[in-house]
Design a protein around this ligand. Structure first.
Ligand code: ADP
Length: 262
């Protein structure tokens, strides 16, 4: 196993993915992806439906394996890891936020955030409760921490899901359309929380979004079309809704999405 300097959170080298391998309908959907994402980056992954974004996220999240190329997570080359090692690396290094929150409806916000920790340690303890409470505080949900997941709003549920994704202190959070089910205000609120966590803890984020407004609030925008990276650019006019970097030019982009982000 080769280990690289861990300032790189993620490195993909020539990553390919085919479905239906060995069958008459074998189709390659990722055609050699090269990308490096450094520690603390806040990156949007954009592109039309069917372009391979979810497939790529599954490979990065170690939920699936490429049919070619290499995936490195925090300097660890993952190709030769066994199942147990992959699971351990995933649990230790990667958090997930999906379009649907997947909270357990009958459990409280606090209990939902504790779930990943419970899965590892098997029983609740004070340190776990304290960490979950702190994370809920970070996402602005302290008053709701003892509410059942069913009894809070969609935006609040998604903020619980964000807190849960951070439970194991991951280096990298993969978010697949995290605001896709939300109205504009709630989406902005959830995005604010992602940004805030990124700035306060240095967690690296890779966020799939169809929303050009939200992509414009990321530091870097990567575009995937038909299984190929067609653009990878720093977003110099990043719009931070609540921060100092909010700029006039950036604000204009809120109204006029860049042509790359259809
Ligand atoms: P995106 O997330 O950008 O919408 P996907 O990664 O979901 O794109 O899909 C990329 C391509 O791979 C699409 O053509 C899709 O039909 C195909 N695909 C995705 N998952 C599977 C699968 N499990 N089996 C076969 N084809 C798949």
């Amino acid at each position: 196993m080769t280990v690289r300097a861990s300032v790189e959170t993620l490195r993909l080298e020539g990553v390919r993915k085919s479905y239906g391998v060995g069958t008459p309908v074998e189709t390659e959907v990722l055609h050699g992806i090269d990308v490096v994402i450094g520690s603390g980056e806040f990156t949007a992954l954009v592109g039309p439906s069917g372009g391979g974004k979810s497939t790529l996220l599954n490979l990065i999240g170690l939920l699936d394996q490429p049919t070619g190329g290499k995936v490195w997570i925090q300097g660890v080359e993952t190709e030769k890891l066994g199942d147990a090692e992959r699971t351990r690396l995933r649990g230790r290094s990667i958090g997930f936020v999906f379009q649907y929150h997947y909270l357990l409806p009958a459990f409280t916000a606090l209990e939902n955030v504790m779930m990943p920790m419970l899965a590892v340690r098997g029983f609740p303890d004070d340190a776990m409760r304290e960490r979950a409470a702190k994370l809920l505080d970070e996402v602005g949900l302290t008053p709701w921490r003892d509410y059942r997941a069913n009894d809070i709003s969609g935006g609040q549920q998604q903020r619980v899901a964000v807190a849960r994704s951070l439970a194991m202190k991951p280096a990298l959070v993969l978010a697949d359309e995290p605001t896709g089910n939300l109205d504009t205000n709630s989406a902005d609120g959830v995005f604010d929380v992602l940004r805030q966590v990124n700035e306060s803890s240095g967690t690296t984020f890779l966020i799939v979004t169809h929303d050009p407004r939200l992509a414009q609030r990321c530091d870097r925008i990567i575009e995937l079309v038909d299984g190929r990276l067609v653009a990878d650019r720093p977003n110099t006019n990043v719009v931070r809704r609540s921060g100092a970097a909010f700029s006039e030019a950036g604000a204009a982009r809120l109204v006029t999405p860049s042509p790359e982000l259809k």
